[in-house]
Every structure is written in C-alpha cells, then in structure tokens.
Design a binder for this molecule. Sequence first.
Ligand code: SF4
Length: 74
Amino acid sequence: MSYKVRVVRDLCIGAASCVALAPLAFELDSEGKAIVKDTVSQTSDAELLESAKSCPVDAIIVEDESGMQIWPQK
Ligand code: SF4
C-alpha cells in the first residue's frame, strides 16, 4: 500500500460499505463513524480506492505517495 486514506468524520454517515470492502482498513467507532485501522497497510491500493469510491458521501479521501488527492476527484 502506498496510498494514504483518511475519513472526513463530519461527512461519514456510517453506511459501512468501506468496512465491508476493506475490513482491515476501516472500522466503525463507538459513534458509528468510520476510522482508519492500524492494519490499513495490509490493504492494497486498488482495494482502498474501491472502498473510497463505494462511500455514498465521498467521506474517504485518498492521496497517492506524493500527497496528491486522487479521490474524490476534484
Ligand atoms: S462508506 Fe463512507 S459513510 Fe460509510 S462508513 Fe465508510 S466513510 Fe462512512
């Protein structure tokens, strides 16, 4: 994994499709919002991008190794 991901908490609605697609990268916390797990590095870039694209509110930001945002597309 070389991509970096983060979750915009204010946007997350707890739909959990990211958790379903990348269970080693995301989990829901006690408030029902997604957080990035310590095991995120075990998820491939392709899977991270796929899970970010599955988020209905585009709450998952994906950046490449140079820090350029690749999802959501601006
Ligand atoms: S898919 Fe999006 S809205 Fe759903 S839990 Fe993940 S980050 Fe939150």
